[in-house]
Design a protein around this ligand. Structure first.
Ligand code: SF4
Length: 376
């Protein structure tokens, strides 16, 4: 069985990047802009939809997830949002049972809460809300503009229409400690949404937050362990380094990034992966507006690079990797090929083996990079 046939058997995902934000948060390294060229951007995006959706094998794939990320997709004018959704439905083969997520910030009024019925009417059935912290001083350190009251009101309004909600939080915020983490965890417990993502703050040079004293690595590791324990006791299953869900509420779209499924990324800086090709759009806003295919990078990945990438992406998940899958898809057994690496990793306690599977134990997940680099 070739890699391609394995991949095509799975449903594909569509990612749409909406790069607009009202202000830029102090830690942000994403391709965003505070410009308000919404109409021009959507027009370029629709050009891209038309060109990429007509090319094989993209046109032949069936898509069972759509993810509007950013940026802040909920900032986009509603009529423009509707135009994009209409174009996607007309251009791609979208499964009736499609997970459809939109990312949003909890600002009010005029945010995703007030417009939840509109989004639901267009098929949106999952909302991912950037909360980041329940502690006002941490929100200030992150340059976030919302309040905890806005978070609570937004979640209540959204869940009146769309039950499946994710909350994003950040660990390692300057000044965060066990006591302040407890306030964020208490907010998670109180809201009881179906999904929670906990991201470790990455400090990029040149971002305003890099001027603040960074958190100690051991402290962050201990905050992570505390969070994992708390979430497990609150009914969440830890299924990927940063992701926790009520049973059956794991993000279908995000899983595609870890299991080798095809995905098509549309918009500024968006990446696609299909048929062994990795395609990355320009992150230059003016370039994208002038021509979405300008400065696009295309890499043809060979089977070995794909298999190694799938190894370390699979190890991000709690299930880890199944060697028999690699034997079927790529014709080799990772247990044999990387025997020495596995032995060393097991001696260090970074990996465990169960039957034909290797996985990283939960308490070592934050050290995943030490494992992943073996397969790059
Ligand atoms: S809301 Fe998200 S994408 Fe926008 S500036 Fe803040 S971190 Fe960046």
């Amino acid at each position: 069985m070739s890699f391609t046939s394995v991949e095509i058997m799975q449903r594909a995902g569509l990612y749409v990047h909406i790069p607009f934000c009202t202000t830029r948060c102090g830690y942000c390294h994403f391709a965003t802009t505070v410009e308000s060229a919404h109409e021009q951007y959507v027009s370029a995006l629709l050009t891209e939809v038309k060109s990429i959706s007509s090319a094989p094998p993209v046109r032949d794939l069936i898509y069972d997830s759509i993810y509007f990320g950013g940026g802040t997709p909920s900032l986009l004018r509603l009529d423009l949002f509707e135009r994009i959704v209409t174009a996607l439905r007309a251009s791609f083969r979208i499964d009736d049972d499609c997970e459809f997520t939109i990312e949003a910030n909890p600002e009010r009024p005029g945010g995703v809460g007030e417009h939840a019925a509109f989004y639901s009417g267009l098929g949106v059935n999952r909302v991912s809300i950037g909360v980041q912290s329940a502690v006002p001083s941490e929100l200030v350190a992150l340059d976030r503009r919302h309040t905890i009251e806005e978070v609570e009101e937004t979640v209540a309004l959204v869940r009146g229409q769309i039950e499946n909600v994710n909350l994003d939080f950040i660990l390692g915020v300057p000044g965060q400690d066990q006591k302040s983490l407890a306030l964020s965890l208490e907010l998670i417990r109180r809201l009881g949404t179906s999904h929670v993502s906990l991201y470790i703050l990455e400090i990029f040079p040149e971002t305003p937050i890099s001027r603040l004293p960074p958190s100690d690595d051991d402290l962050v590791a201990s905050l992570y362990q505390d969070s994992c324990r708390f979430l497990a006791n609150s009914g969440y299953r830890h299924y990927e380094i940063c992701n926790f869900a009520h049973p059956g509420r794991e993000s279908r779209h995000n899983r595609k990034y870890w299991n080798g499924s095809s995905y098509i990324g549309l918009g500024l800086s968006a990446a696609s992966f299909y048929d062994g090709i990795r395609l990355t759009n320009t992150s230059g806003f003016s370039s994208y507006l002038a021509d979405p295919s300008r400065d696009r990078e295309m890499i043809h990945m060979d089977r070995d690079s794909i298999s190694r990438e799938l190894l370390f992406l699979g190890l991000r998940t709690v299930e880890g990797i199944d060697c028999s899958y690699f034997e079927n898809a790529f014709g080799y057994d990772p247990a044999t090929r990387f025997r020495k690496d596995w032995e060393e990793l097991m001696d260090l306690g970074l990996v465990v083996k169960e039957d034909t599977r290797f996985r990283i134990p939960e308490e070592k997940m934050l050290l995943g990079n030490e494992v992943f680099m073996r397969f790059l």
